[in-house]
Design a protein. Sequence first.
Lengths: 271, 267
Amino acid sequence: MANVSSASGPRDLRAAGLSMSWTARIGWLLLVAYVLYATSILDFSFDRFVVGLENAADLIGRMFPPLFSRADLRDLMYRGLMESLQIAVLSSAFGIILSLPVGVLAARNLMPGWVTWPARGLIMLCRSFHPIIVAILFVKGVGFGALAGILALIVASIGFIAKLFAEAIEEISLKQVEAVRASGANFMNVLIFAVLPQVNARFIGFATYQLDSNLRNSTMVGIVGGGGIGGTLLSAFGRFDYDYVCAILIAIIAMIMVGELISQRLRALFL
Amino acid sequence: MTVMAVPDSAMTASPKSAAIAVQDLVVAYQPGKPVLKGISLEIADSSVTAIIGPSGTGKSTLIRSINRLVTPTSGSILFDGQDLAKLRGAELRAARRKIGMVFQEYNLVERLSVMENVLTGRLGVTPVWRVWLRKFPREDIARAFDLLAQVGLDGYATQRADALSGGQRQRVGIARALMQDPRLLLADEPTSSLDPKTSVEIMELMTGLARARSVPLIVNMHQVDLARRFADRIVGMADGQIIFDGPPDALATEHLQQIYGGEGWLT
């Protein structure tokens, strides 16, 4: 960048901060180049897309009508859904309870560095893997079944709620905290009377959002053996019972919708 | 009319009657740049002391060192047989319980009710489980109602603090400080965020309640006229030092020039 102040004509655009900087231009060019390169490597062609569309049409055709009529399959589906629901509720409950202390310990305006760093490290660890990967690890650790799914989703819940909770605490007004401290209150009472009232609403928001999220994820951990409807879904796919697959998918959609309704009510109840 | 200008020497006379004795207090937020440069001050029982001075001169730092929202660099603050400057942990909390504080921006917990804010004054002696479940002792609640009536907020107990006006919030702040049943009241520019009429009302209320309880009150303020009107004693600070200390009548124009500098604003 040369002498901007003496420049005239087109250069004034840059002086006014209106034109894109060279680094940004190069960044965009690199992005476009990489997309083209990746497309060529991955055999991502229009022909394959068209063939894929035909397959998809065939699949959808075999899905209808969805199979709800067989009592044994219906029973299997019901048990899977209930297990998913339990996984979601239990992992949310434990996740929320554990997130509270972890979030407080990770808040840098309340705690000294030697406390926040381990807490933030734990949160980062919880966030670094997708729930599916965590579920695979737990299935290896504690064996097939709902327990592995619950543990995996607890980890995911801590990663999400504790992180946002800590950030919410870091944004509170310290003046209110100071006044309560000045009254001679101990740390726990300061927490209860000055910190939590300021973040209560947001915590409930995070918690109910995570409940929704856990409900969706609880249908998925079964795919890797973590219990719930996911296992039933996977085996139905494996046996090409697409009409049964469709029935399960519809049931999952219904459960998620009801779940969102309930979590909305919960939020209204606590706020 | 000679008002002493150098505090250090004359201040060792009668430590017995003093509620609080600050000695050679130095506070430096950054090493080598002290905000308070050796303050010595004795406050008698049951008196209203106004500290005046320009912004940034250390008035707030002085007040906040007393209840240790600020940590002194050196010096001592004798109060109730203890040196507040050296207290830590549980001992510090116990000392803070005896010192009520009123803040410039009220510092109420906005999302709590007026009643909860007043009961904050009892957090120092209320067990955690009671606080968590809001199971405060009945006599505390009765006293809180009583204090709310005394500050003119009868019927406001269940309102949320953020629904109140500035003057009403400061009344809650005063009730909260008195709820501690303090042996000393501190007020850090309690009227700076209020309109002139409300400022007078708040000063009247606060000094009246402090006098009625024989609790010494130390109040920082900008408004010299309010200080003259309500204080028994005025301490003038400039540049981290006390340069005037005496009754309101003794505060003359030349002192104000010394404290605030310049003179155009005085005409």
